[in-house]
Design a protein around this ligand. Structure first.
Ligand code: RRO
Length: 317
């Protein structure tokens, strides 16, 4: 839904920003990361969110969840630490009350789901199968803040199992969102692709902790949380490069993106698209800012499309 004060951003005709993710064509590679963009409507006063390449919404589960004890968020000198714990109204209320609002956003819509086990992931996908206006599902196999939340992205067999069970019930593009909290993400991503993932999104947050030494307590209500923000970008870039070399499906880069330079770095490292997360908290216009600057940066490298840049980082000598 476009508001009159936020006109759609002009994209110069000589730069093709479109990207393909599995069967999905996106108008541009700049999306928003799950849990950092509300329902999208909150950002509409700042710019027309329909200009985004895609919007990924906060994870939805089968049953309603209250989330973790507070405090749930803390700023550290290096980044933001969260322990939100998947609060959501459950799939039934979500489909009834939230999905109709999301359909008005105008950008390709990616619904992020998490189940307790593979069959619950599949059941969620099955319920959403009846719903229109959903362009892809992102499988949250990597939530660091609930018991068992990372189980399906810490083993190749677990990842293959979840994705293939969901693949059995839907032809929709499936994005497997993986955890960096593993020794080697590559076999896990390869297994997700074998199971039928159309794309891999990397990375979810890095497990961390903040300490209030005067009270001898961890700061977060659950003790540990997920670290995000610019401090995790080097880790995410390394992983995106590794995945670009390893898996046959497109990679979506996530981690510490706060401007167009970051996006260019991810594209060159091998990301076909990116998700902007934590930066939405301190710059609600970050998506617009990046989209305005992106065509110029692409031209600066002598290219006329996003696609021709993906993975073109030179190898070290
Ligand atoms: O809700 C959360 O605490 C949360 C989730 Br589901 C996730 O995937 N990643 C994260 O950092 N926090």
């Amino acid at each position: 839904m476009s508001s009159p004060e936020s006109p759609k951003l002009p994209v110069p005709a000589d730069v093709d920003l479109s990207v393909r993710l599995g069967g999905l064509t996106l108008p541009n590679p700049v999306g928003t990361a799950s849990g950092t963009f509300g329902k999208g409507l909150e950002f509409q006063p700042f710019y027309d969110v329909a200009s985004l390449g895609f919007i990924v919404v906060k994870t939805i589960t089968m049953e309603p969840r209250a989330g973790n004890p507070s405090p749930r968020l803390v700023e550290t000198p290096g980044g933001m630490l969260n322990s939100i714990g998947l609060p959501n109204p459950g799939i039934e209320a979500y489909v009834r009350d939230t999905l109709p609002l999301l359909r008005t956003l105008g950008a390709p819509l990616v619904i992020n789901i998490a189940g307790h086990d593979a069959s619950e992931f599949a059941r969620l996908a099955e319920i959403l199968e009846k719903e229109e206006g959903i362009d892809a599902l992102e499988l949250n196999m990597s939530c660091p803040n609930v018991s068992g939340g990372m189980d399906y992205s810490t083993s190749a067999d677990g990842a293959r199992d979840v994705v293939s069970r969901v693949r059995d019930v839907t032809d929709r593009p499936l994005i497997a969102k993986l955890s960096p909290n593993v020794t080697d993400i590559r076999p896990i991503a390869a297994a997700a692709a074998e199971g039928g993932a159309s794309a891999i999104s990397a990375i979810n947050t890095l497990l961390g902790m903040a300490v209030d030494w005067r009270h001898r307590r961890p700061v977060l209500g659950r003790g540990i949380g997920g670290l995000s923000g610019p401090c995790i970008k080097p880790v995410a870039l390394r992983i995106v490069r590794d995945l670009w070399r390893t898996v046959d499906v497109p990679v979506i880069g996530i981690g510490g993106i706060q401007g167009v330079d970051d996006v260019m770095e991810y594209l060159l490292a091998g990301a076909s698209a990116v998700q902007v997360g934590t930066a939405n908290y301190y710059n609600p216009c970050v998506g617009k800012d990046i989209l305005e600057a992106l065509p110029r940066c692409i031209r600066e490298l002598g290219a006329s499309s996003v696609r021709e840049l993906v993975g073109t980082l030179e190898d070290p000598r």
